[in-house]
Design a binder for this molecule. Sequence first.
Ligand code: PMP
Ligand code: GLN
Length: 387
Amino acid sequence: MKAPITSKLPDVGTTIFTIMSQLAEDCKAINLSQGFPSFEPPAELIDRIDHYLRSGANQYAPMPGVPTLRRAIADKTAHVQGRALDPDTEITVCTGATEGLFSTIQAIVRPGDEVVVFDPAYDSYEPAVTLAGGRTRHVPLHISNDGFDFSIDWQRLEDALNDKTRLVVINFPHNPTGAILSNDDLQQLAALLRTTSAYLLSDEVYEHIVFDGEPHVSALSIDELWERSFVVSSFGKTYHATGWKVGYCMAPPELTAEFRKVHQFTTFAVNTPVQHALADFLHGSPAFHERLPAFYQEKRDLFCRLLEDSRFRCHPARSTFFQIVDYGDISDEDDVALAKRWTEEIGVASIPLSVFCEQPFTGTRLRFCFAKDDSTLEAACEKLCRL
Ligand code: PMP
Ligand code: GLN
């Protein structure tokens, strides 16, 4: 007789991204749900992959990542964040940011430990904490009176920290709200963590997509935070290549050593030709990422402008390629049910916000991805304006 399965993740179902993208496909709806661009990666980058595929770079890469790519990441980090990293001991290439987040959490969190996340929280943190035997503490972000500005509530964070706190996870630029942190915010975080032994996991995959001239302030830029940090990023967002699943984790040597103990058994090594190609591209086109703010800001502005004649309310996102809209003037239906119904009936798929929250404090809001061709955004908004 087979033993019954006792799930290690009894409360986890299929991710909302898979559910909504599948529904969009089934209904032939315009898919503004799961976040991926409709644009191709730079042609020169694809050419370099082609080159390496045809010139024998097809076997296992070194476990921490191809040395030229780690060097290129170090050069970029020195230039952009002002921190000189040792590629041998402080940078590990991983299978998308997802693996970087997972391996960090497995490396650090022990049974009984607590991990703080801020709600709405990207959905991959909590399952990883649960698998490590830890407990996730959800601290809601503070929401401004108009309902669109999200920020850390320092008092609530302070109240959540205790001697069991092993890790604090931050994600700025923030998916799904587009919130960003200032230098003062990070100084405040450093001051709060000073009296704890907690590590920091900073998910910065949208580091280059920040609007209105505002800077991205990385955990890399504050010495006191860096000492206790794992900073995770991804090439998927920056090079319009979410399907390649190549990211990296930066951490001081002792932390990187622990990270690699897990990384080597989670995935061992990452796609070799793509790593070589990324190294060439980073060196050959080091300023590519500088075009992203203007590029995506135009998309954001178009999307918001097209919704001006609708009954949705929105404030332009401060970062990422997601726009939050409030549908409270159209319906008071639950956001999950509504996102599904509008995918089926209106033909536009979005992501409900409540799935990212322990408490459903986000009300009548949906997230739309605007990383799409103008014609796709126009077609989607035409449908949304009929509501
Ligand atoms: N963190 C956040 C906040 C994300 O939005 C995503 C995916 N878009 C990831 C991590 C995962 O990145 P990757 O696709 O490189 O695994
Ligand atoms: N990060 C993407 C989003 O927020 C989705 C990634 C995924 O599908 N796992 O839409």
